[in-house]
Design a protein around this ligand. Structure first.
Ligand code: GLN
Length: 541
């Protein structure tokens, strides 16, 4: 029988529900359980694919091509759970499904209502994950308890225990216990109110995970337990972690959350094996090198827009036992102040994916600087397309080279709309999305990094390297280091007489894990270390 864990959040948003859910799932896996994860988002967009990164942060792409919430990135980085389209639902999708049923006449004669039709659809989305190979389904409810729009989700998860048995469900509520400087104490009232709202809806949380900047003392915990109607051992402290998010699972384990959940759900418990996780933290705490990497992007100041890239760079650091400092630089600043001024002193450059013309010339200038100054470079998606533009303009003499995304009438459209995209007018879910196979060129840096010649990587783009320009660009020295299996699409380009210049049409950051850094990120950091060491003046002694 599959058990259910529901995670809700209270008091404020941005408490780290995704991270906490992923950490708990990781601990359960470490105890030998098979866990599936899912997030339910209360907004009306069908998926985050059409939202601005300012609104939503990065769009996390799964193997099956679904465009999902960035919390799913935490799920994949922390656990081995296999995520699919069934792992992220929004209010928009739920209503769309119900309205489609109504149009097909499936509710004939009935008035279609939030309860029971919308809530039934939500319950179906949750319980469809139950199967004989799954011990636990963990469902995170987006938003904050008390929001109008999350009510149907909360009502649906209230009903699930009635169907599958209360003993097979556990409600975990993540809450904030703020410290008031003026009073010199932690305050439990916001938590009491937030649990109060949940109880009005009919949900009595079983476990309270308390985000706090200071340690809860016994009296704080007793107060929370009494007022929120939970046993004392179910008030779990989750202190802020200044050093690394990878400390979170270990701190939750120190507070025995895994024991509590296993006991409550009556699941067999094998001892936790967390050696791999301890090793990650050991490496993070004892770096042998330090490198600084410039990230040049349109949303540079907005970390969440490049969430998985920051994480993957950390993983590259873990793999090389190196502290990676990432400095975001707005691509428009490069246009104003010049690459020379802003990129001097860095050990590597990364240019991530993106859309729209703003800042494009800054990216091209930054890449040109990296190419001409032997600065290690990794270009991702739009970053790869800008690398091709730079190479065409400045190494192959096509001064007008551009992408037709930004300059339709360029005389050298080195990046152009993919054939399959012609005539596509809908914006949602219509890009080339998800995992696609590619083959690598023997002898390329990519082949060396991956250690194989066949790969699968996740995509999200409409434009591509224009194959009509393959020959002149190759002649000018660009290496086509990876293509689709039929060779029709260019997936990777490299500059061979450069220490590390690799640009890829796909998004390697989505497949990097702290325990298994993506080879291209590990490779970039390794090249950055070499750059750092060789650019330092020799020690006179
Ligand atoms: N805008 C480019 C395209 O659609 C790049 C997309 C991206 O970087 N994800 O092809």
């Amino acid at each position: 029988m599959t058990k259910h864990i529901f995670v809700t959040g209270g008091v404020v948003s941005s408490l780290g529900k995704g991270l906490t859910s992923a950490s708990i799932a990781m601990l359960l896996e470490a105890r030998g359980l098979r866990v599936k994860m899912q997030k339910l988002d209360p907004y009306i967009n069908v998926d985050p694919g059409t939202m601005s990164p300012y609104q939503h942060g990065e769009v996390y792409v799964l193997d099956d091509g679904s465009e999902t919430d960035l919390d799913l990135g935490h799920y994949e980085r922390f656990t081995t759970t296999h995520l699919t389209r069934q792992s992220n639902y929004t209010t928009g999708q739920i209503y769309q499904a119900v309205i489609n049923k109504e149009r097909r006449g499936e509710f004939l004669g009935k008035t279609v209502q939030v309860i029971p039709h919308i809530t039934n659809e939500i319950k179906e989305m949750v319980t469809q994950l139950d199967d004989a190979d799954t011990d636990v389904v963990m469902t995170e409810i987006g938003g904050t308890v008390g929001d109008i729009e999350s009510l149907p989700f909360l009502e649906a998860i209230r009903q699930i225990p009635l169907e599958v048995g209360r003993e097979n469900c556990i409600f975990i509520h993540l809450t904030l216990v703020p410290y008031l400087k003026a009073a010199g104490e932690l305050k439990t009232k916001p938590t009491q109110h937030s649990v109060g709202i949940l109880r009005q809806i009919g949900i009595q949380p079983d476990v309270l995970v308390c985000r706090t900047e200071r340690s809860l003392d016994t009296s704080d915990r007793e107060k929370i337990a009494l007022f929120c109607n939970v046993p004392l051992n179910s008030v779990i402290e989750e202190r802020d972690k200044d050093f690394s998010i990878y400390e979170v699972p270990l701190s939750l384990q120190a507070n025995k959350i895994d024991d509590l959940i296993l006991k409550r759900l009556g699941l067999p418990a094998s001892p936790a094996n967390l050696d791999g996780w301890h090793e990650i933290l050991h490496r993070l705490r004892n770096p042998e090198h330090e490198v600084s990497i410039a990230l040049v992007g349109k949303y540079a100041e907005h970390r969440d827009a490049y969430k998985s890239i920051y994480e993957a760079l950390d993983h590259g650091g873990i793999a090389n036992q190196t502290q990676v400092r990432v400095q975001p630089i707005k691509s428009e600043a490069i246009e104003e102040e010049g690459a020379e001024r802003l990129l001097a002193g860095f050990d590597a450059l990364i240019v991530p994916g993106g859309f729209g013309e703003r800042g494009i010339e800054g990216k091209v200038q930054a890449i040109r600087y990296a190419r001409e100054r032997n600065l290690p470079f990794l270009g991702i998606c739009l970053g790869m397309q800008c690398a091709v533009i730079d190479f065409a303009r400045h190494a192959a003499g096509m001064s007008d080279a551009h992408s037709t995304e930004f300059f339709r009438d360029t005389s050298a459209p080195v990046i152009c709309l993919m054939e399959e995209q012609e005539g596509v007018t809908d914006k949602g879910g219509t890009m080339r999305l998800g995992s696609q196979p590619a083959k690598l060129t023997p002898g390329s840096r990519a082949a060396a990094a991956y250690g194989c010649l066949e790969i699968n990587e996740r995509h999200r783009h409409r434009y591509e390297f224009n194959s009509g320009y393959r020959q002149p660009l190759e002649q000018a020295g660009l290496l086509i280091a990876g293509t689709s299996p039929d060779e029709s699409l260019v997936e990777i380009v490299e500059v061979p007489d450069h220490p590390w210049f690799v640009a890829v049409q796909f998004h390697p950051e989505f497949k990097s894990k702290p325990t298994a850094a993506h080879p291209l990120f590990a490779g970039l950091v390794a090249a950055a270390i070499t750059h750092h060491t060789s650019s330092k003046p020799a020690n006179p002694s």
